[in-house]
Write a new protein. Structure first.
Length: 557
């Protein structure tokens, strides 16, 4: 039985319950054999989380077991290091299912000035009397408790004895799931999101000799994504250009200041459903055993460009969009539907692993992984529908919205000690660190992040020569980060300081930014030419606050 606690994606903390009958083939998992019994050296079997460094990013919390790593010799080497497949003496099957339960808490602190949400002043700076004095400082905390199943399957079979072993892996290396209240302070960033990629991975390991083994694999990547959020049209450049065509001065666009953001009329429900992506990636690895006790591993996993295709819907059922400006050429259907794409890049990563047998009972191993998360600069959403087109305003049938991430490269370091207490029992302890990928200015609900410290305890019980059970608990803590000045290139996130409580809590850095303003005599509305219904439409002004997994392993005879 294994009980594991680990993070899910960049910020939330998750508790993973997992039972993992673990198979440790005799004298095949590591370079040197363990004591008397013809059992594996201190070599676990049942791989651990897929794709690395990610308490910062999209990595799923686990692939199989925390007992697998780049120098381990088991069927999960298909993912960790295909070169180690070459050292397997017999066939092996590794299969598991699990349940991930998460806890995400989000606090937001507004440090900019916002007008009352049901007014419509488009050009900043606005009249101070329109500023909502209650919409400042910390908002009410919101939280989400996502529950998601996980599963994996690994198979390895030697086709040429002591030379060539083939492997198959089916697993989920990337996943992110959350569901917040629809009316929470995070609604302009995310209300509900589910992104997962599964991989069907074929690998091969070739044992050159006792000292060197080479391996490679190719994987088909299948992605699925759904999300919903409140789209703030004040941050959409096409909308700003359309109003300019009508002669309406505005401060809208990706760099819109807080004074014109989060207005009720311009905040419209948006959803992306049943988006599917296909991709291909590969990995290569080499294992070198300079001595009988020392194992070195080096692996490379290539990046994958993901392009999800699905259906979108945006609710524009407000007189402002459906009828007030029909004469000027702005008229949408109450519900606009069409095709949508979501694009981003899964990063490259390089891993260096080291393992050393200190004695007959002790072994230490670890790895350092460098992840090129700087390749993920933004999540790009493109919506296409004939119902979006407004020819008189120069608005076409395509709307592009970017959520800049500007992530940076990250590092994952982990070290483990393993002790064979008896012929049947192995215990282990792990300590690790993961650096954040998200810079301070893009920490928000869509990518919480922080410095991560990892700790784990584990154990293996050999039930028979063919079956073992393992239990391990994995814990992760994070240092809270303060968010800096928000990015000014986002069309989706309001210019305010916001971040999840764990791992990052937002500071009070100033977030007010303004785009170039129109001449002063037009800013206050006295001589401002406006299309009917624009800039002068003002509704009531509120005075209150605004709101366990089971894994079976079978080894061939």
């Amino acid at each position: 039985m294994r009980i594991r606690t680990c993070p899910f994606g960049p910020g939330p903390q998750f508790l993973v319950f997992r039972t993992c009958p673990l198979h440790l083939p005799p004298a095949t998992r590591h370079a040197s054999p363990l004591p008397p019994r013809p059992r594996p050296r201190l070599r676990p079997a049942c791989p651990r989380r897929a794709r690395s460094a990610r308490a910062s990013g999209l990595d799923a919390p686990i692939v199989t077991s925390g007992q697998s790593h780049p120098t381990a010799r088991d069927a999960a080497a298909v993912y960790w290091n295909p070169a180690n497949l070459g050292y397997l003496k017999k066939g092996e099957v590794l299969a598991g299912v699990g349940l991930i339960v998460g806890d995400i808490r989000y606090d937001r602190e507004r440090t900019g000035a916002y007008q009352t949400p049901d007014t419509l002043e488009f050009n900043a700076p606005i009249d101070p009397s329109y500023i909502d004095g209650m919409k400042t400082g910390p908002s009410d905390q919101v939280k989400a408790n996502p529950i998601a199943p996980s599963g994996n399957f690994f198979l390895a079979y030697p086709v040429v004895k002591d030379r060539l072993t083939l492997g198959l892996g089916i697993y989920v290396p990337f996943a992110a799931a959350l569901k917040f209240p629809k009316t929470g302070a995070q609604k302009w960033q995310a209300q509900q999101a589910f992104i997962a990629t599964s991989q069907i991975h074929l690998g091969a390991g070739v044992r050159i000799n006792d000292f060197v083994s080479l391996g490679a694999g190719v994987a088909y990547v299948l992605g699925f994504a759904e999300l919903s959020k409140m789209q703030d049209f004040a941050g959409v450049q096409e909308f700003a250009d359309g109003l300019n065509t009508l002669g309406q001065k505005n401060s809208f666009g990706p760099e819109a200041p807080t004074e014109v953001r989060e207005l009720d009329v311009l905040s419209r429900p948006f959803s992306l459903k049943r988006a599917i992506a296909h991709g291909v990636t590969f990995n290569v690895g080499i294992t070198v055993n300079p001595t009988r006790r020392l194992n070195l591993a080096l692996t490379y996993f290539h990046s994958t460009a993901m392009r999800y295709r699905g259906k979108f819907a945006v609710d524009l059922n407000d007189p402002f969009f459906t009828q007030d400006l029909a004469a000027q050429g702005l008229q949408f259907k109450p519900l606009v539907r069409g095709d949508a794409t979501l694009e981003y890049t899964l990063p490259k990563r390089i891993t260096l692993g080291v393992g050393y047998d200190i004695g007959e009972r002790w072994r230490v191993d670890g790895f350092v992984q460098y992840v090129r998360y700087s390749e993920l600069d933004a999540f790009r959403v493109t919506a296409t529908s004939p119902d979006l087109a407004q020819p008189k305003l120069g608005i076409g049938d395509t709307l592009a919205v970017n959520l800049p991430r500007l992530w940076k490269d990250s590092i994952w370091v982990e070290a483990s000690g393993r002790f064979r207490a008896t012929e049947r029992i192995l215990v282990s302890a792990t300590l690790g660190y993961q650096s954040p990928a998200s810079p301070a200015k893009t920490i928000d609900t869509a990518s919480p992040d922080g410095q991560r410290i990892i700790g784990a305890l584990g154990g293996v019980l050999d039930v028979s020569p063919r079956v073992s059970l393992l239990a391990d608990a994995r814990f992760q803590g994070s240092r809270r980060a303060r968010c800096g000045a928000p990015t000014t290139t986002s069309a989706t996130a309001p210019t305010a300081c916001s971040s999840p409580r764990s791992p990052a809590t937002c500071g009070r850095a100033s977030s007010r930014r303004r785009t170039p303003h129109a001449p002063k005599d037009l800013l206050h509305g006295t001589a401002q030419p406006r299309a009917r219904g624009l800039g002068e439409r003002r509704r009531r002004r509120p005075r209150g606050l605004q709101a366990p997994s089971l894994t079976a392993v079978r080894r061939g005879s």
